[in-house]
Write a protein that binds this ligand. Structure first.
Ligand SMILES: C[S@@+](CC[C@H](N)C(=O)[O-])C[C@H]1O[C@@H](n2cnc3c(N)ncnc32)[C@H](O)[C@@H]1O
Length: 343
């Protein structure tokens, strides 16, 4: 393999990336058809193309409190420090689920390395482009041989624990990160999967978007403008426009609705105002005027609801940090019912 000289010495000019079957072309095609058939778009299709990734990054830059609010950025740093302080082993494997560009994971890796541990990293995302960006970010902190990029759909992959464990012949503590992900999954689908990755001595560090204040409904109303804005509309509409739908074929509307497990979420539905046809390979989908397709949802939790929902899946919060705005929280989580001696 040709090698080039980087700031840190010789580095391969190719990357080994594992593609899980959940992101093989036939699986992606099946999921796309399912999205159109059910009129409920799987969120992963908003991160598919370079164009969508760039639009999402612009939106994230403009609206993400973690990027624009120093106090919110600080809750992540506190979470990273607390997680690093709890790791007793000499080797630790960070698994970044839905890693995006991997900037947050890299901050955690840096802290863990400063403690003199050997660090391993699996950036895992549905988007190969994101995984490669996260890998690149992480290579500033760890050697290439310790980085195992994985492209995978977390909602449909059923064998992640085995896939991750197969990397090691010896015990390595694991910290799984799940930042900015929980809002876009049905909790009853994703939480059992997350729980299956947290072994008795492992940690899970995740962030949740919160509804601020004590009144859930009022808090949801307050955050609605963070979604109903031109950058978000442009990003979400890209999915439909790329399938041949015209901007004039309907309207994108945002609202608050009741989701599962007594939680509330913001939804973005596209309401067709005239007939429209989408063709994907040899399948045709006809939309009538008045029909809707759900493009997006985002659950907003309240801290005590996070605790309650996690408990259903055998997970407990050991520490939490809530931004002063009360709009975002970072939670350090472990398997419940494991005594301190066994950890
Ligand atoms: C809101 S971003 C969060 C990125 C990063 N964790 C952060 O906090 O900046 C969501 C990420 O999840 C990925 N994603 C969406 N659906 C996914 C799925 N089903 N499985 C794995 N990754 C997914 C997207 O590609 C995107 O990188």
């Amino acid at each position: 393999m040709p090698r080039r000289l980087s700031d840190k010495g010789f580095m391969s000019s190719a990357a080994n990336v594992v593609i899980h079957a959940s992101q093989f072309p036939e699986s992606v095609r099946r999921d796309l058809l399912e999205s159109l058939r059910t009129r409920r778009v799987n969120h992963k299709f908003h991160y598919d193309s370079v164009k969508q990734t760039q639009k999402w990054l612009a939106l994230h830059q403009a609206y993400s409190p973690a990027r624009n609010d120093a106090d919110c950025a600080a809750i992540y740093d506190r979470g990273f420090a607390a997680a690093a302080a709890r790791v007793k082993s000499k080797a630790v494997h960070v698994v970044g689920l839905g890693c995006g560009g991997g900037q947050k994971d890299a901050r955690l890796l840096k802290l863990l390395r400063a403690g003199g541990r050997e660090i391993f990293y699996t950036p895992c995302d549905v988007s190969a482009a994101m995984v490669l960006v996260a890998r690149q970010t992480a290579l500033a902190v760890l050697p290439e041989k310790n980085c195992f990029p994985l492209v995978c759909d977390l909602a449909t992959a059923d064998d992640l624990p085995a896939t991750l464990a197969s990397r090691f012949t010896f015990h390595v503590s694991r910290i799984t990160t799940f930042f900015g992900m929980i809002p876009n999954f049905e909790p009853q689908i994703i939480l059992p999967k997350l729980a299956s990755l947290v072994r008795p001595k492992d940690l899970l560090l995740f962030s949740a978007n919160l509804a601020p204040g004590n009144n859930y409904a009022a808090g949801m109303k307050r955050v609605l403008p963070q979604y109903d804005n031109p950058l978000t509309r442009d990003w979400l509409m890209t999915f439909l426009l790329d399938l041949g739908v015209g901007r004039g074929d309907g309207q994108l509307r945002f609202s608050v609705e009741a989701g599962s497990l007594d939680l509330k979420r913001i939804v973005a539905n596209f309401h067709f105002t005239r007939r429209c046809r989408i063709e994907v390979e040899n399948e045709t989908f006809n939309f009538r005027a008045g029909e809707t397709i759900r493009l997006f949802f985002s659950y907003r939790y309240m801290p005590e609801r996070v605790r309650k929902v996690l408990a259903r899946y055998g997970l407990e919060i050991c520490d939490q940090w809530i931004a002063r705005s009360e709009e975002e929280g970072v939670f350090l989580v472990r398997r419940s019912g494991v005594s301190e001696e066994r950890r």
